[in-house]
Design a protein around this ligand. Structure first.
Ligand SMILES: [Zn+2]
Length: 245
C-alpha cells in the first residue's frame, strides 16, 4: 500500500491511499486537479473519498471531486454539516459501524473532539493492513491499544512550548482548541505501539507552532527503531508494508 500526501496542514489536506487496483482518497481540501495528478489521473480506480469534517481545509474542493464523479463519504453527523454549510450531499455512514466497503478498503468513522464542529477519525482496513487516520482532534477518545494498528496518519499539530502568551498572561488555547498537541499525540502513539506497528505519518503540523524535526525525533523515541516515523508534507510518498522487504 502506498500513501501519497498532496498537502497537509491548514492550507489544505489531501491524501491518497493506494492498495492494489483501488485508490481511497482522504479529504478533499486540495484542488481535484492536484489530487488526480498525484494518482496519475487514474480516476476510474478511485473507490471514494472519506472526509473528516466541514472545515474548508478538509472539504473546500468537494464540488470539484463530485464533478469528477467521485463519491464523498462522511459520518451522518458530518453529512448534515456539509449539506447545511456547503450545499453538497455526501454519503452518510453510521459512526462506529464496521464493514462499509469501498473497493478493497473497509472504513469506520468515529467521533473525535474538534471544538464545536462534528469531526471523525477513520479506521481503515485492507488486506495490506490497518490504518488509523486522525486529524483535527483535541485528543483521541477511544482506546485502540488492542486493535493491532499497523499504520498511522496522525495529527501532531503543535507544542504548548511554542504558544505565545497574550496580554492577560494566558496562552492562546482558544486558537488551537481541537488539535492534537505534541504530548497528546505522544500518548496516542504510545497507546497504539505494538509489534504490529510499522509506520506513522505525522500530519497537519502547524506552520507557526510546530517543529517537524523535534516532533519526529520525540515520537521516534517512543517506538522500536524499525517503526518509520515521518512528516507528511506536500508531495511525500510512503510505502506502508507489513514486512521489511
Ligand atoms: Zn478543522
Amino acid at each position: 500500500m502506498v500513501v501519497k500526501t498532496i498537502n497537509s496542514g491548514s492550507r489544505g489536506n489531501g491524501y491518497a491511499l493506494i492498495s492494489g487496483e483501488d485508490v481511497l482518497l482522504l479529504e478533499c481540501g486540495v484542488p481535484a486537479k492536484e489530487m488526480l495528478k498525484a494518482i496519475d489521473y487514474q480516476t476510474s480506480k478511485v473507490v471514494g473519498c472519506i472526509a473528516s469534517h466541514v472545515h474548508s481545509d478538509h472539504v473546500g474542493f468537494i464540488k470539484q471531486y463530485m464533478q469528477y464523479g467521485i463519491k464523498v463519504y462522511t459520518s451522518d453527523e458530518v453529512q448534515s454539516d456539509i449539506e447545511t454549510i456547503m450545499g453538497e450531499k455526501t454519503i452518510g455512514l453510521q459512526r462506529m459501524r464496521r464493514k462499509n466497503f469501498l473497493g478493497c478498503f473497509s472504513v469506520v468513522p468515529f467521533r473525535v473532539p474538534h471544538g464545536d464542529t462534528e469531526c471523525d477519525g477513520w479506521l481503515i482496513d485492507t488486506a495490506e493492513g490497518r490504518v488509523l487516520f486522525i486529524t483535527d482532534a483535541e485528543y483521541c477518545p477511544y482506546d485502540f491499544s488492542k486493535m493491532n494498528i499497523n499504520y498511522g496518519l496522525i495529527e501532531c499539530n503543535y507544542s504548548e512550548d511554542y504558544l505565545s502568551t497574550d496580554d492577560s498572561g494566558s496562552k492562546n488555547h482558544h486558537v488551537l482548541t481541537g488539535h492534537l498537541e505534541l504530548q497528546t499525540c505522544k500518548r496516542l502513539v504510545q497507546s497504539i505501539n505494538s509489534n504490529s506497528l510499522r509506520s506513522i505519518g505525522l500530519i497537519h503540523l502547524s506552520a507557526g507552532n510546530g517543529n517537524p524535526r523535534r516532533f519526529r525525533n520525540e515520537i521516534s523515541e517512543l517506538v522500536d527503531s524499525d517503526v518509520d516515523i515521518w512528516i507528511a508534507e506536500k508531495g511525500t510518498e510512503k510505502e506502508f508494508r507489513l514486512t521489511p522487504f
